[in-house]
Design a protein around this ligand. Structure first.
Ligand code: AMP
Length: 581
């Protein structure tokens, strides 16, 4: 399969903002590809060579890519760099210069998808002495046989800028429409949710149809999209929804990890699929050593504790474990415990469809006792009074609140979904502030007065999974200390874009736009109708969306959350609804 055909499809997708059109363009292409090539094309469409949970090591610097462009196009490095300063994106530079290149390559070898994949994998694997030079030459070798559009996407992939606009949900829609029908869509999504590997699902579907997709099960080594909780504003409503009886667990304020354990290996993943094994290597070893049986996938919250008393410490303490360097010291200085709350696989058996109480029993018997590994504190409650007493205990033990979990027979583990089988109730709900929101930064405004020369405020957005777009909720200028103000460019500037990103829907125009990547925790006084913000636009009132009044940064950068995991528009609408009751 020629890479030029794939690049032409990426180009057409980039040119539209209609999700339906993207789906139809992709689905026409998918149907023509052999299964293994389809797998690669699916990864490439997301700017990746592997599934999302693989550490992405391709990243070449812009400068290195410019050298490869200069080498292939024959234009000087100076000219290439000047154009890059103007355009900001090496992909556009490559496209322009390769278009302008007068001389055609003499011994051009056709650029197939397989050759592109092989070349990019080689670039990724190249390290050691002279690795930069060798990476540059490998890229030049691919560019040598590329037309303008092909080179645009090659350069965007190697610099981590590939965002044609078709997100994972659009790819799943296109797979369903190529190989199944609408009724197959939920099962295709389920297979993705339990493997986090869209390429694998695509290849399985193309090769074996829906029966093969149904056979995809959770597996050690493939992180599973986490199950999430709905929220309700009072314990009375929680108990009502749970029909008077449920399990309640402490809601620990730490970092969620999903542990994939066998007798000889263990990997810990964050909820955004980062590998945290190194950060919690003490916990990882304990889990491996004390596992009974052959293998398991379990979930729990890692919480900092006081070394002497074992008392739980605030969330800020455990974030020291997320640093990149000096892990040995962090492990000594910030002891943690894991509070396990679920099991998804045991001894090779997928147990996600087992009811909650059965899973809980299985979890309790999966490890031999050790102080570092504890079961989350759980109690079955049958009245609002009992729920209230448990909530008070949880908060005085240092927790954020409680998680209510259904004990009905249908209380399965629903990978990747937020529903009422789990309901969270937090202590914020008692205070003046309505709740905390995890919002993605999509823009910044330059500061004035004391903040002159720095970013003074940020444009914050929530995610709309239906539309796969970010909609604005507030302009955030409060709660930043000097250290945070200083750190903003380092945190955000790598994602600067010269125009509003395609997937951001905003009426406000900031001084600088960013591709949504950084998530901040924000609290506020209330949600109100707003003519300027685009969250839930037109839902409650024509020409108005929902905005957060008096927003304040809590000091928490949610680097455990991906921007798609920001508080969703549906949640914001729910909170607005609760406020009014
Ligand atoms: P939130 O981030 O506010 O949506 O709350 C959901 C998060 O609470 C989960 O992703 C876990 O990290 C955390 N959590 C803490 N304790 C529990 C528990 N007992 N069961 C499930 N999740 C928990």
């Amino acid at each position: 399969m020629l890479y030029s055909a794939i690049a032409a499809v990426f180009d057409r997708i980039e040119g539209t903002s209609s999700r339906l059109e993207m789906t139809s363009i992709l689905s026409d292409l998918f149907g023509t590809l052999p299964p293994a090539v389809l797998r690669d094309v699916v990864y490439l469409s997301q700017g990746k060579l592997h599934p999302d949970f693989f550490p992405q090591k391709l990243g070449m610097s812009d400068k290195l890519v410019l050298r490869a462009i200069s080498l292939t196009s024959g234009f000087s490095e100076d000219r290439t760099e000047k154009l890059w300063i103007k355009e900001g994106d090496p992909g556009t530079v490559a496209e322009m210069l390769i278009k302008e290149k007068k001389q055609m390559a003499l011994f051009s070898e056709p650029l197939t998808v397989q050759r592109v994949m092989k070349g990019l994998l080689l670039i990724e694997e190249t390290d050691g002495k002279d690795s930069q030079e060798r990476k540059m030459k490998l890229l030049a070798n691919l560019l040598h046989d590329s037309g303008p559009i092909e080179s645009r996407y090659l350069c965007r992939i190697v610099t981590g800028r590939m965002r044609v606009g078709a997100g994972s949900m659009t790819v799943l829609d296109a797979l369903a429409s190529s190989f199944a029908d609408k009724s197959g869509r939920p099962e295709i999504e389920r297979a993705f949710n339990v493997t986090c590997d869209m390429g694998l699902v695509a290849e399985t579907l193309a090769a074996g149809g829906m029966d093969a997709v149904r056979g995809i099960k959770v597996k050690v080594g493939n992180p599973i999209k986490v199950m999430l909780a709905e929220r309700l504003p009072s314990l009375a409503e929680v108990m009502g929804r749970m029909e008077g009886r449920c399990a309640m667990e402490y809601k620990y304020d730490g970092i969620r990890v999903q542990a994939h354990i066998t007798k000889d290996s263990v990997r810990l993943y964050s909820r955004r699929l980062e590998d945290l094994t190194d950060n919690f290597r003490d916990i990882a070893s304990l889990l491996k050593e004390s596992l009974k049986g052959t293998e398991a996938i379990v979930e729990g919250e890692c919480v900092s504790v006081d070394a002497k008393s074992g008392k739980m410490l605030p969330f800020q303490e455990v974030t020291h474990r997320r640093r990149k360097h000096g892990m040995e010291d962090a492990i000594k200085d910030y002891p943690v415990r894991i509070f396990l709350f679920d099991i998804l696989q045991r001894d090779g058996e997928d147990v996600t469809q087992m009811p909650y109480l059965k899973r809980r029993e299985m979890l309790a018997s999966a490890f031999s006792g050790t102080e570092g590994i504890q079961m989350s504190n759980m109690r079955i409650v049958s009245s609002v009074q009992e729920a209230d007493a448990f909530f008070t205990e949880a908060v005085s033990a240092g927790c954020e609140g409680i998680m209510a979990k259904s004990v009905s027979d249908v209380s399965v583990y629903r990978a990747g979904s937020r529903g009422f089988l789990w309901i969270k109730y937090k202590k914020d709900y008692h205070s003046d502030m309505i709740d905390t929101f995890d919002l993605a930064v999509v823009g910044a405004f330059y500061g004035m007065g004391k903040r002159k020369g720095r970013y003074g405020a940020l444009l914050m957005a929530s995610y709309d999974p239906e539309m796969q777009s970010y909609v604005t909720v507030c302009k955030l200028g409060t709660g930043f200390d000097d250290a945070f103000l200083d750190s903003m460019p380092g945190l955000l500037d790598a994602r600067k874009t010269d125009r509003r990103p395609n997937n951001v829907d905003s009426k406000m125009v900031p001084d600088v736009w960013f591709d949504p990547t950084v998530v901040l925790e924000v609290t506020g006084a209330e949600l109100s109708l707003s003519p300027i913000h685009t969250a839930a636009a037109g839902v409650f009132k024509e020409d108005a969306g929902l905005g957060l009044r008096f927003p304040r940064f809590t000091g928490r950068v949610r680097d455990d959350k991906s921007p798609e995991e920001s508080t969703s528009v549906a949640e914001i609408m729910e909170i607005y609804g609760m406020q009014k009751t």
